[in-house]
Design a protein around this ligand. Structure first.
Ligand code: HEC
Length: 192
């Protein structure tokens, strides 16, 4: 009995050694040794992959009609900027704590600063060679005009775009959009 226990412990230890060895060594040069192959290659179909069983043979499926992702709220105002400006209330109004501003800054600097500038001064992309030809230079977002807007108006422009500026709804999730609004308000105060 005892020898059986010893034996199985020995086998387990050997197994662990193989696992440990297979996961070390120079990375990038040699492929890993796949001890348990199922764990390395997921059977899940990738979005762009061919899928025999899918209606359009695409891995990516169209969500069933009348369904929305969990936590998603449809945007009520469409292109009605006036209704949005009047009715959208900023749940984070006046919040300038670090958590709010850091999130706002991250999304602003990723998506907006390339055109509107890190300080909201505008015209940035217009200075680059490629966009020098932009018919309409990105205006400043720190301006008396935008200062006079409601937070809802600003939220609307981020969500739906304005004129030649496209919408950023798919770049900035709903739950982080008000932080971007607050960050622009913060930039306004900095500019004084
Ligand atoms: C590719 C360049 C570009 C990017 C990126 C961009 N914008 Fe714009 N934005 C513009 C242009 C151009 C206009 C003027 C559009 C018009 O009125 O036809 C504009 C207009 C605006 C206005 C209105 C300003 C005014 O005086 O009317 C606001 C506010 C604004 N953008 C905010 C943002 C925010 C916030 C982001 C990031 C989520 C962003 N923009 C990303 C180019 C850009």
């Amino acid at each position: 009995m005892r020898s059986l226990v010893n034996l199985s412990m020995g086998v387990a230890a050997a197994g662990l050694t193989v696992l440990a060895l297979s996961s070390c060594g120079p990375r990038g040069n040699k492929p890993n040794v796949e001890v348990i192959q199922d764990m390395m290659e997921s059977p899940a179909i990738k979005a762009q992959e061919y899928d025999e069983s899918s209606p359009f043979h695409r891995g990516m499926r169209v969500p069933p009609e009348n369904t929305v992702p969990v936590g998603f709220e449809p945007y009520k105002y469409g292109t009605d900027v006036e209704a949005a400006s009047k009715n959208l209330k900023n749940p984070l109004a006046g919040k300038v704590d670090e958590d709010t501003l850091v999130v706002g800054q991250k999304f602003y600097e990723t998506n907006c600063a390339l055109c509107h500038g890190y300080k909201g001064e505008g015209g940035v992309a217009a200075k680059a060679t490629l966009t020098d030809k932009m018919a309409l230079k990105p205006p400043p977002v720190v301006s008396d005009k935008v200062k006079a807007w409601t937070d809802g108006h600003l939220y609307h422009v981020i969500t739906m775009g304005q004129g030649v500026m496209g919408p950023y709804a798919s770049h900035i999730p709903q739950k982080y959009r008000w932080q971007v609004v607050n960050y622009i308000r913060f930039l306004e105060k900095q500019s004084k």
